[in-house]
Design a protein around this ligand. Structure first.
Ligand SMILES: [Zn+2]
Length: 375
């Protein structure tokens, strides 16, 4: 099968994160087994009670080695699509580009990886090669995190498929979230002295958070845009009526950490600020619930994998600003690089697409990678 035919099959299987990915996994497992891989499923039930499966397919060598030399990693789930996009599940070609949900993110990479291994004579492998297909990437890289937690495999090198226009990305910022609830005491607004406004108190905390965001600019890491940990309060909600002193105010705080900085570092500064405010005013009470902490990642610029991908793609390595499964692969001992066809800026959009020439080029690069690392 050609890479384009494979992509057509994959796009035709609806694998939006909310659904079970069992159908696309069974398609991929069959293709891997036919190619000579031994497949292992890692099923779990997600928070909504839906069955999800991670798949690890390994092509062993005569000398069995517990550590995979090279893992090609792609997530099987996609973001949802608007019902008005009637061709979302039908791969459509126009002007050298292939359109469909997941065509770019990240079924293009999966198709390239499958095609590359099918064109390789696996009997010549000297070191184990793995294909890893995950669930729930688009909702927090949950499948990959489970694989890492279970130590499902270990690898020396991992290429994590994401649309990077075939530029190797060797580092990425972390992604963290916290929900902050500032408590007050409700009262009739004619008698504010009888209550404590959660909104006025939240405003004090917001002022401090803005200062912290400024302080974070001093710790810089070259190669990122911007080169420091950023902070954002994207949501705020509080109070019940114009004439009631607000009893509660909730904020959603997000921060994106540079590599080398603990994901808790920024949050600890916020906790410290909240403790200060409480010290100044006993009525300042807030709860901070750290909801998510995806680690940053960095693979050395002189890693063999970075150098290989720079050479074969003709592009210098860079950094990504979006969350990926690379930190989970690093937890599995791998030097990880994010790499794949298509542009992240068109991913998740209605009408996402992958350029055909990049798709074909990716197949060639992955074939070379298998030869370089596993033969
Ligand atoms: Zn993706």
């Amino acid at each position: 099968m050609t890479v384009q035919e494979t992509l057509k099959d994959l796009v035709a299987i609806d694998s939006v994160s909310a659904r079970s990915n069992a159908e696309i996994i069974s398609y991929l497992a069959k293709r891997c087994e036919t190619a000579g891989f031994t497949v292992k499923r890692f099923p779990y039930v997600d928070a909504a009670g839906v069955e999800k499966i991670n798949l690890v397919a390994v092509a062993q060598t005569s000398i069995s080695d517990p550590k995979t030399e090279l893992a090609l990693v792609g997530h099987t789930d996609t973001v949802p699509f608007h019902p008005a996009w009637i061709e979302a599940l039908r791969l459509t070609e126009k002007d050298g580009e292939l359109f469909g949900r997941g065509a770019c993110d990240t079924k293009a990479f999966i198709s390239s990886a499958l095609t590359a291994v099918e064109r390789t004579d696996l009997s010549k492998l000297k070191k184990p090669l793995a294909l890893v297909f995950t669930a729930d990437e688009e909702v927090g890289c949950l499948g990959a995190k489970r694989l890492a937690q279970a130590r499902a495999f270990t690898a020396r090198y991992a290429i994590v498929g994401e649309p990077t226009s075939l530029q190797p990305m060797r580092a990425g910022k972390g992604y963290c979230l916290a929900e902050i609830t500032v408590r007050g005491r409700e009262a009739h607004s004619a008698y504010p002295q009888l209550g404590a406004s959660a909104i006025f108190r939240a405003a004090r905390l917001l002022g401090r958070i803005e200062q912290i965001a400024d302080e974070l600019k001093h710790d810089q890491r070259a190669g990122f845009d911007p080169p420091y940990t950023t902070m954002n309060v994207g949501l705020i909600e509080g109070g019940t009526a114009k004439n009631i002193v607000a009893g509660e105010c909730r904020l959603t705080l997000e921060w994106r950490t540079i590599p080398g900085q603990e994901s808790d570092y920024a949050l600890d500064l916020v906790r410290q600020a909240a403790a200060d405010l409480h010290h100044q005013d006993a009525d300042f009470i807030c709860e901070i619930d750290a909801a998510r902490a995806d680690e940053s990642f960095e693979t050395r610029a002189d890693s063999e994998l970075v150098r290989f991908l720079e050479g074969s793609s003709g592009q210098a390595s860079g950094t990504v600003a979006f969350g990926t499964e690379a930190p989970s692969m690093i937890d599995l001992d791998a030097e990880a690089v994010v790499f794949g066809p298509g542009d992240i800026r068109v991913a998740h959009r209605t009408g996402e697409f992958v350029p055909i020439d990049q798709l074909n080029e990716c197949v060639g690069i992955l074939q070379q990678a298998i030869v370089r690392f596993c033969m």
